[in-house]
Design a binder for this molecule. Structure first.
Ligand code: NAD
Ligand code: IPM
Ligand code: MN
Length: 370
């Protein structure tokens, strides 16, 4: 097999800071595990706008279509707040998702035992938490037409449209059922079928796909607002949650805080299988460019590092190496190392972005030698 290819798009704010640590992890796997990657790096978001006047060039888009996986840091920041909507940094990311047709966004929320006391919820509620949110990523209100700001009756009207076809719902439902079969075999689907027609169709299609193809998986339905409440009341009742683009955005940020920090949550955005049987894929932390801490060397690189672990698992068939990397993260947290976002009243050893990267590399070495 030829060397697997990886396109790295560090982006803006803390994106390049956390990605620098991922690059060291990638190099470690090359040097110590014989896993070589053909890595190229390019610009996205505000960084691309600064140089090219667009948040994603056609050349970068084409490169993304051609690699085995894309790894993205984060995009956006206050410097770009006043840009025209069509060239905002976030549009670069949305274009990647849409044109690569990455319809299934996997956002796992796992509570590492060493952080169970750090969550804003009680230890009993979050300890052992392991849920997977599957967010539909290429449709819904993010992309529906009509959209825009228009003038009607002498006032401005902002318009977005929630729109789902049954095939869009069915394919993301299948992703969720497939994942559930490899986990605790339970799917909870969330929408607002009580007020939205798109929610009515969502519930119908999920139910049909379940009955026809996945009757062995336990399926339940919940209104998304009640789902948010249940996620904070008793999150361990869930295994896989499948939901639309906007609800998935909100619920995954909420789930992130169950685990302690937004700086901990990775994600995988997957499309249909390519000719080689692997899905088109983009991996990125759930968090953004964190302008409030950018440039200070204190961002938590774990979400981005765990996103690379997801790439090892879902794009490169290296599940055991993904376990190895997740184990190193767990070990470092158990040693008490804490970036500022993880520093609670119980204390710990303060480290910055680089220090956390150093410790994870040391833990990888130690596990290999031990
Ligand atoms: P954010 O996720 O950037 O930050 C929210 C809070 O979490 C901040 O206090 C930040 O310091 C903290 N935080 C986030 N990641 C952290 C990390 N790794 N380590 C430590 N602390 C961390 O969200 P925001 O402030 O709402 O958005 C800032 C910009 O990022 C906006 O332009 C937004 O559009 C963009 N954004 C991009 C992505 C992405 O690229 N995928 C995701 C979300 C937001
Ligand atoms: C995310 C972000 C993005 C989204 C933005 C930056 C486009 O919040 O990945 O969660 O809304 O999907
Ligand atoms: Mn978000």
């Amino acid at each position: 097999m030829s060397t697997p290819s990886l396109l790295i798009l560090p982006g803006d704010g803390i994106g390049p800071e956390v990605m620098a640590e991922v690059r060291r992890v990638i190099d470690w796997f090359g040097a110590r595990r014989g896993l070589a990657f053909d890595v190229t790096e390019d610009l996205v978001g505000g960084a691309a706008w600064d140089v090219h006047g667009t948040p994603l060039t056609d050349a970068t888009m084409e490169a993304a279509q051609g690699v085995d996986a894309v790894l993205l840091g984060a995009v956006g920041g206050p410097k770009y707040d006043d840009l025209d909507f069509s060239v905002k940094p976030e549009r670069g990311l949305l274009r990647l998702r849409k044109e690569m047709d990455l319809f299934a966004n996997l956002r796992p929320a796992q509570c590492f035992d060493a952080l169970a006391d750090f969550s804003s919820l009680k230890r009993d509620v979050v300890a052992g938490l392991d849920i997977m949110i599957v967010r539909e990523l290429t449709s819904g209100v993010y992309f529906g037409e009509p959209r825009g700001i228009v003038t009607e009756n002498n006032e401005r009207v902002g318009i977005n449209t929630q729109r789902y076809t049954e095939s869009e719902i069915a394919r993301v439902a299948r992703s969720a059922f497939e994942l559930a079969r490899r986990r605790d075999n339970r799917v909870c689907s969330m929408e607002k079928a009580n007020v939205m027609e798109s929610g009515v169709l969502w519930r119908q299609v999920v139910t049909e796909v379940h009955a026809a193809e996945y009757p062995d998986v336990e399926l339940s339905h919940m209104y998304a607002d009640a789902g948010a409440m249940q996620l904070t009341r008793w999150p361990r009742q869930f295994d896989v949650i499948v939901t639309d683009n906007l609800f998935g955005d909100l619920l995954s940020d909420l789930a992130a805080m169950l685990t302690g920090s937004l700086g901990m949550l990775p994600s995988a955005s997957l499309g249909a299988p390519m000719a080689n049987g692997r899905p088109k894929a983009l991996y990125e932390p759930v968090h953004g460019s964190a302008p409030d801490i950018a440039g200070q060397g204190k961002a938590n690189p774990i979400a981005c590092i765990l996103s690379f672990a997801m790439a090892l698992r879902y794009s490169f068939d290296q599940g055991a190496e993904a376990d190895r990397l997740e184990g190193a993260v767990q070990a470092v947290l158990a040693q008490g190392l804490r970036t500022p976002d993880l520093m609670g009243p119980e204390g710990g050893t303060p480290v910055g972005t680089r220090g956390m990267g150093d410790a994870i590399l040391a833990a990888l070495d130690a596990a290999l030698e031990g």
